[in-house]
Design a protein around this ligand. Structure first.
Ligand SMILES: Nc1ncnc2c1ncn2[C@@H]1O[C@H](COP(=O)(O)OP(=O)(O)OP(=O)(O)O)[C@@H](O)[C@H]1O
Length: 490
């Protein structure tokens, strides 16, 4: 059965008429679109599971997906598929749509993912019926944990709004559930995807070998599956790399690049506290994409797991010494020194932890969480200044230098009127009020009033000749914002 796939690449060049790419699902991998011809040699794409029955492992997660899809109705919560890379989250979402004969609208994560773009594309498609006549469209929001910068607030808010108003099922995909905006987490149903066991990966590799007419020894298949560290994509890549120019693959032919394993920082932290052998730990560190200055922050951020003061003191000493090496690396611009930083922090903290393992949730460094809050504040400030500048027709620096204090005093007295005139949200209003609760309740009141007004407009027919109204009395006048009337209103 055909699965129509509608892809919108949100890189700022989304076609105005929403370009539609039709891709029949063929497990044989026959490439039918330009995109798939380009990647015809990529076995991970060629052997992407098309049906949920092709998916290796994660039975409970797959069952959850099917139950959710079968019972889905408007208002059902979206699913959040989360787990490390390469274990089938995206494939599962696509396969679900294929099996349910639903269309797919896939939004790729992008730094330029803005509220406007998301609303234009997913908002429209979520509220309209399928173009192909398919019963439903599955909206897939990939990399949902990767909304950063100014687009962050707008992007996350837009997604939440789309989810609230969507008339179509939505699946969010994230590697790191903790990296997801808390509003998104609250609104969705998490479904955990786990790393795939080597013994489940082996049969999949064997099938691929059969299709490709390659003889791969059982020892080679096991070695690939074990080196993959639960990541099927990595296993398939390793198999393909090992089979280049060969019809037979033995254990010694296996090309296992530890980079392919795409180990995460979470794996590294867990291995350090669990006391993995030194060589393995340093190899794992090489497989993690982060540089030592990042790793050291993660390690430091999780040292509170060491409850014994002596162990904690030793671990902090190791981290501090590593920090010195990192500083020296940058001062000298001599990156070979990084390896001393790595060895000092990983082996030092490992020795201090004494193989006790980490029982708490591994957390991103608190400094980053604080930086996240600071980023948000900055984004709020920027959008407030933009709105003021547009409304008052004045440059932002003039508003900042001449009017901001006065405006703050006025807004404190008339928050509702200003919020309405400037179209402020709760964060933006709080910029002036410094009182989150008050800001939230003002915005709530504003929305309720707007709703009431809209209802009234819809029910009351407009009079043919509006009666001439008396000019409003001074105290009834609402402040409107533009340069000329700004101060007249008071
Ligand atoms: N469970 C699986 N069963 C079969 N093949 C898989 C599975 N997981 C991954 N693969 C292979 O790896 C490729 C990539 O998988 P997929 O994109 O679904 O992973 P992912 O978990 O979404 O990763 P990421 O988080 O990096 O997007 C697939 O095209 C397929 O070849």
């Amino acid at each position: 059965m055909d699965c129509r796939e509608v892809r919108y690449f949100l890189n700022g060049s989304a076609p105005p008429n929403h370009q539609i790419t039709s891709r029949p699902s063929t497990h044989s991998g026959a490439s039918v679109t330009v995109a798939s011809e380009i990647t015809a040699q990529d076995w991970t794409e060629k052997y992407r599971p098309h049906s949920l029955t092709d998916l290796v492992g994660n039975g409970p997660a797959v069952r959850e997906l099917v139950d959710w899809a079968r019972s889905w109705k408007v208002g059902s919560p979206p699913l959040i598929l989360h787990g490390k890379p390469g274990i089938g989250k995206t494939s599962a979402a696509h396969a679900l749509a294929h099996d349910m004969e639903w269309e797919i609208v896939e939004l790729n994560a992008s730094d330029q993912r803005t509220k406007a773009v998301i609303e234009r594309i997913a908002g429209t498609s979520s509220a309209t019926r399928s173009l192909s006549g398919a019963e439903r469209k599955l909206i897939i929001l990939d990399e949902a944990d990767n909304l950063h910068g100014t687009a962050d607030r707008g992007g996350a808010r837009a997604i939440i709004e789309i989810i609230r108003t969507s008339r179509q099922p939505i699946v969010l995909i994230a590697n790191d559930l903790y990296g997801l905006a808390k509003e998104l987490k609250a609104i969705g149903e998490p479904v955990q995807f786990r790393a795939i066991q080597a013994r489940s990966i082996v049969p999949r590799l064997r099938d691929i070998c059969r299709e490709e007419e390659i003889a791969c020894s059982p020892a080679a298949l096991t070695k690939i599956a074990e080196n993959a560290g639960g990541d099927v994509r990595s296993a398939v890549n390793m198999l393909q790399a090992s089979a280049i120019g060969r019809q037979e693959v033995d254990e010694e032919d296996v090309q296992s690049s530890s980079k392919d394993q795409r180990a995460t920082i979470f794996d590294l932290i867990a291995a350090t506290f669990a006391g993995k052998p030194d060589v393995d730990l340093l190899n794992l560190n090489r497989a993690v994409d982060d540089t030592p200055d990042t790793v050291v922050q993660w390690i430091e951020g999780n040292l509170h797991a060491l409850t014994d003061p002596t162990a904690a003191a030793k671990a902090y000493a190791a981290v501090s010494r590593a920090d010195e090496w990192i500083g020296l690396t940058y001062r000298r611009q001599y990156y070979t020194l990084w390896r001393y930083a790595n060895a000092t922090m990983l082996l030092g903290v490992k020795a201090a932890a004494g193989g006790a393992g980490i029982r708490q949730r591994i957390m991103p460094p608190s400094r980053w969480r604080r930086m996240g809050a600071a980023r948000k504040q900055k984004a709020v400030r920027a959008s407030v200044m933009q709105k003021l500048s547009r409304a008052m027709d004045l440059p932002q620096h003039t508003i900042r230098e001449e009017y901001l204090t006065l405006l703050t005093l006025l807004i404190e007295d008339h928050p509702l009127a200003f919020a309405r005139n400037l179209d402020l949200d709760a964060d933006e209003l709080n910029f002036f009020l410094h009182d989150k609760q008050r800001a939230r309740s003002v915005i709530k009141e504003m929305k309720a009033l707007q709703k009431g007004l809209k209802k009234k407009e819809e029910t009351v027919p407009e009079p043919e000749e509006p009666p001439a109204a008396d000019p409003p009395k001074k105290e009834e006048r609402q402040p409107t914002l533009n340069q000329a009337t700004l101060f007249d209103s008071f």
